[in-house]
Design a protein around this ligand. Structure first.
Ligand SMILES: Cc1cc2nc3c(=O)[nH]c(=O)nc-3n(C[C@H](O)[C@H](O)[C@H](O)COP(=O)(O)OP(=O)(O)OC[C@H]3O[C@@H](n4cnc5c(N)ncnc54)[C@H](O)[C@@H]3O)c2cc1C
Ligand SMILES: NC(=O)c1ccc[n+]([C@@H]2O[C@H](COP(=O)([O-])OP(=O)(O)OC[C@H]3O[C@@H](n4cnc5c(N)ncnc54)[C@H](OP(=O)(O)O)[C@@H]3O)[C@@H](O)[C@H]2O)c1
Length: 437
């Protein structure tokens, strides 16, 4: 057993932070560095969870625990591992083991004509924009047209539809950056068409999220199901699905009052192609799944919310089909481990990553006595190495400064819990306490 085991966790999303917590709680005193390419921690909790799901964000109070005063866990933000950052091989010289928790951030593609037109975005990009991710501050989505198409029947599709249909007044109370709020204020969106390729009994929505779109003020939900629900669908086994069917059947039977904005749920519709004028999306042609008449949905913006894929990590094996690093209970090879979405694929809620991280850390701790001593096992050596690569890490104290600045901006906007600083240089300046942004 190494006298002073050292572990690097790559990725400060839920899975990386649950892994850091499990390592910090182990009987063996382990020094842990959590590296993230961004100056802010929390991964998709910060850059995925919808801004109007304020309660969901309170999980941050749990996720930050490994960095409590006196802990052996350090945060090294603004440090990318791999291309453009510190190579994995170099990092390995400083740690007994590495836990990869880098998530799955690549938007899956529909593979239909027109997908790359102006006005067509993956949910990863679109969500990152409204969540204030520094890589997407310049996205400028096309919100000037009354119609929008969102493809997919998962919770991300519902998030996108809801954010687009909600009035900007309500969004002002969330943490969205000011330029995003401005864009939503100028939005001309009236009809959000959610395109679902299978039937109502197969949606991946959770009932709480589906219910929420029915409760939005100024929004009518219209179900387009070719009469399938009225005829009665076979009762699904899962309770979640039965609840969805009950809600959808009620909405199909009674579309309620007309409202200024509408969310349309189109079932059994497969995207065929995007239409364009002067290189910009003007609509989407869909057909009844399995072949059938085609119809056109009018849209200036198309967001595909059809799931995510991982990115291969140079130096580790990769399963293209599953979009994960192949592993056994989190173990890739002695000294190399995975957790979270890169371990099991892009599904599961925040809490799912806890048990997953605990399993990975158990495998790592089991292996610890077999792992060779790295050549330069010290924090000082890591710091010098990062400097040699031109990397200037954001520490936990730095992050707390940025955090405080965002809380201050929230108060200034009037009652928001925070307002995110999105632009990278502004984040770094606030983190280092150089200027007010
Ligand atoms: C749009 C969206 C909304 C969601 N909303 C909810 C919700 O409301 N409730 C819920 O329970 N679940 C929600 N989820 C699911 C939840 O966010 C995931 O289960 C969880 O975030 C996965 O955790 P992870 O740590 O594996 O990945 P991530 O959260 O993606 O974290 C990965 C981290 O790794 C970092 N990273 C990546 N590459 C590198 C690199 N090369 N070097 C250094 N760092 C790197 C990233 O910056 C990121 O911080 C949502 C998911 C999405 C996509
Ligand atoms: N509030 C929350 O708790 C919350 C919020 C957001 C996300 N999350 C979680 O995060 C995870 C990821 O969510 P997600 O919405 O990205 O994924 P998801 O739940 O896997 O849903 C993806 C959807 O895309 C559809 N799809 C895939 N390929 C398609 C294609 N080529 N054409 C048309 N439709 C296609 C799928 O349909 P098929 O079923 O037919 O394949 C499915 O409906 C999920 O576990 C989700 O629950 C949770």
């Amino acid at each position: 057993m190494p006298a002073h085991p050292r572990v690097a966790v790559i990725g400060a999303g839920p899975s990386g932070l649950y892994a850091a917590a499990a390592l910090a709680a182990s009987e063996v005193p382990v020094d842990v560095d959590v590296l993230d390419r961004l100056p802010a921690p929390y991964g998709l909790v910060r850059y995925g969870v919808a801004p109007d799901h304020v309660k969901m964000k309170s999980v941050i109070r749990v996720l930050q625990k490994p960095f409590a005063d006196g802990s052996r866990v350090r945060f090294l933000g603004n440090v990318r591992v791999g291309e453009g950052g510190i190579p994995l091989d170099v990092l390995r010289e400083h740690y007994h083991a590495i836990v990869h928790a880098s998530g799955s951030s690549v938007d899956r593609r529909l593979g239909i004509p027109g997908e790359d037109l102006l006005g067509s975005h993956g949910s990863g990009a679109f969500v990152s924009w409204y969540c204030g991710h520094p890589d997407f501050v310049d996205l400028q989505p096309e919100l000037d047209h009354p119609g929008v198409v969102v493809v997919g029947a998962g919770n991300v599709a519902l998030d996108v539809a809801r954010v687009l249909a909600r009035g900007h007044v309500e969004m002002a109370g969330t943490d969205i950056p000011d330029p995003v709020l401005e864009a939503l204020r100028g939005s001309g969106v009236e009809d959000v068409h959610v395109v679902v390729r299978r039937g109502p009994e197969h949606v991946k929505f959770t009932p709480a999220e589906l219910r929420q779109i029915g409760e939005l003020s100024g929004v009518q939900v219209l179900v387009h199901d070719d009469g399938v629900l009225a005829a009665g669908v076979e009762e699904p086994e899962e309770r979640r699905q039965r609840q969805n069917i009950t809600m959808l059947t009620a909405w199909a039977a009674d579309p309620g009052q007309a409202a200024p904005r509408r969310i349309h749920l189109h079932f059994h519709r497969t995207p065929v192609r995007l239409l364009e004028e002067a290189g910009r999306v003007t609509g989407m042609v869909v057909e009844r799944t399995g072949g059938g008449p085609q119809e056109t949905l009018d849209a200036g913006l198309v967001v595909r919310a059809i799931g995510y894929a991982g990115e291969p990590i140079p130096g580790l094996p990769y399963d293209e089909r599953a979009g994960i690093v192949p592993n056994e209970g989190g173990r890739v090879a002695p000294g190399s481990y995975v957790t979270g979405w890169i371990k099991r694929g892009p599904t599961g809620v925040i809490g799912t990553n806890k048990g997953d991280a605990v399993e990975t850390v158990a495998a790592l701790l089991d292996d610890l006595h077999t792992l060779p001593e790295p050549p330069h096992p010290s924090s000082e050596a890591v710091d010098q190495r990062l400097e040699a690569y031109g990397l200037d890490p954001v520490t936990w104290a730095d992050w707390e400064r940025l955090d405080a600045e965002e809380v201050r901006l929230g108060e200034a906007r009037g009652g928001a819990e925070r307002v995110k600083v999105a632009e990278l240089q502004a984040m770094l300046a606030a983190a280092r306490g150089r200027t007010r942004v």
